[in-house]
Design a protein around this ligand. Structure first.
Ligand code: DGY
Length: 425
């Protein structure tokens, strides 16, 4: 066991969610991330659902208090000032109350809402809350499919590595190399006061991603212009698959709430995205992110390569090929699922998204395998996740070679996955 890890129990996981609760929203971690993060909150809602249904709904509702007029739901909502994080509201310079960042994050919320709705112990309350949330979810998905897909290609544009939620994947190295850094923010960073530098992105990465923030500010945070003009424009395989699954879930939610018009609109998005996925397929058959500026597919296979299963977007033969890929990775890394291919030259088992295991990715990947009948693989991923938590506690991410805990501690979404996936006694 990592020396400072105390054994995790369900009670302990609940206590972490309660301790990170700031009243209607949950911080991912009290030190490293002291505000509300978008996809974190969607998973956190699933954790709350296991013991406090009203609180689970309020996590999603509070997230949508940050929604912009054009439908965008930002990746951070700065409900209250807090020290210890850079870039805070002043660095983003957006115009919203409460203050927010200017980019979005993988849209997990509709999938979370459907799950809360279906599992509700109080069905009437759930229906009322889902009904209020539905138009907001629709507006957000419409923003992805219209503002972020201006040519209606079926592939949505991601304009910032932080938007992918998988911040410093090798996928973003080439697109970021084309961005000329115009700022030096190394002295402003706060993350390195909480987490070791070897586990975090480099200064060069920060200078480039903050240059992108400056450029978007200069465009007045105009969504349509940013989608067309950003120096960083990629189709992130993660967002693409998570959105497709969330569209399917939104479609089901709309039908359950008898909103046929909404279901029909979502149905068109699903058809377009389903048809477009083939453009993310490399010659070796694997799915990858795409640099929309150069037309080049990413050099590495990452854990998102398995997410077309989660999106229910492939046939059985492709699912079998992904099962084989999983088995290859399993011979290289003791703990599944590394964030980057262990055979990739840039595989870095301790650095943010360049190798470590994330429980939320495991949860979605296992769901994908289970959905295609690979229940044995799904069980192995779940058991391995339980092993990571037993060994190292509720860490932000884990070393796939030996299960060492990395990044922040007492992490909300790790606690949520423990609860909703029932990982500990
Ligand atoms: C960070 O600050 O590292 C976050 O991942 C950005 O969302």
């Amino acid at each position: 066991m990592t020396k400072d890890a105390t054994p995790v129990t369900r009670d302990g996981a609940r206590e972490i969610l309660k301790a990170n609760d700031r009243g209607g929203y949950t911080v991912p971690n009290a030190n490293v991330y002291p505000f509300q993060w978008n996809w974190d909150s969607a998973f956190v809602a699933l954790g709350f659902q296991t013991f406090d249904e009203p609180r689970a709904w309020s996590e999603l509702e509070t997230l949508f208090s940050g929604q912009w007029d054009d439908g965008m739901v930002p990746h951070i909502v700065f409900h209250r000032p807090a020290d210890g994080y850079y870039p805070g509201p002043a660095a983003w310079g957006t115009h919203h109350t409460p203050p927010t960042s200017g980019i979005s994050q993988p849209p997990v919320a509709a999938s979370a809402a459907l799950r809360l709705f279906r599992a509700a112990r109080d069905a009437q309350a759930a229906r009322q809350r889902a009904q209020k949330l539905l138009p907001k979810l629709l507006a957000w998905h419409r923003w992805w499919h219209e503002i972020r897909d201006p040519d209606r290609s079926g592939l949505v544009t991601c304009v910032h590595p932080w938007e992918s939620g998988r911040d410093n994947l090798p996928d973003w190295d080439a697109p970021l190399a084309a961005v000329t850094p115009t700022v030096d923010v190394s002295a402003l960073r706060k993350d390195l006061t909480h987490v070791g530098a070897a586990e975090r992105p480099t200064h060069d990465f920060y200078n480039r991603v903050m240059t992108l923030v400056e450029q978007a500010r200069a465009l007045g945070w105009n969504g349509a212009q940013i989608a067309r003009e950003s120096e960083f424009r990629v189709c992130d395989l993660g967002i693409q698959c998570i959105l497709l699954r969330a569209d399917r879930d939104l479609h089901d939610l709309a039908w359950a709430l008898e909103d046929a018009a909404a279901a029909t609109e979502v149905g068109h998005w699903i058809a377009r995205s389903d048809a477009a996925l083939t453009r993310l397929r490399a010659d070796d058959g694997s799915f990858r992110s795409l640099d929309l500026r150069t037309g080049k597919l990413a050099p590495a296979i990452t854990s998102a390569t398995f997410l077309p299963l989660y999106a229910r977007a492939v046939d059985q033969q492709t699912a079998s090929a992904l099962a084989e890929l999983f088995e290859r990775w399993a011979t290289k890394a003791r703990f599944a699922v590394p964030s980057t291919d262990p055979d990739f030259a840039g595989f870095d088992p301790q650095r943010y998204w360049r190798g470590p295991v994330w429980l939320v990715m495991n949860f979605m990947i296992a769901d994908g395998f289970a959905g295609y009948g690979f229940s044995e693989i799904a069980s192995r991923i779940r058991e391995g996740s339980a092993g990571l938590v037993r060994q190292s506690g509720l860490r932000e991410y884990f070393d796939p070679r030996n299960g060492d805990g990395l990044g922040g501690r007492d992490f909300s979404w790790s606690a949520a996955i423990v609860l909703c996936w029932d990982l500990v006694a």
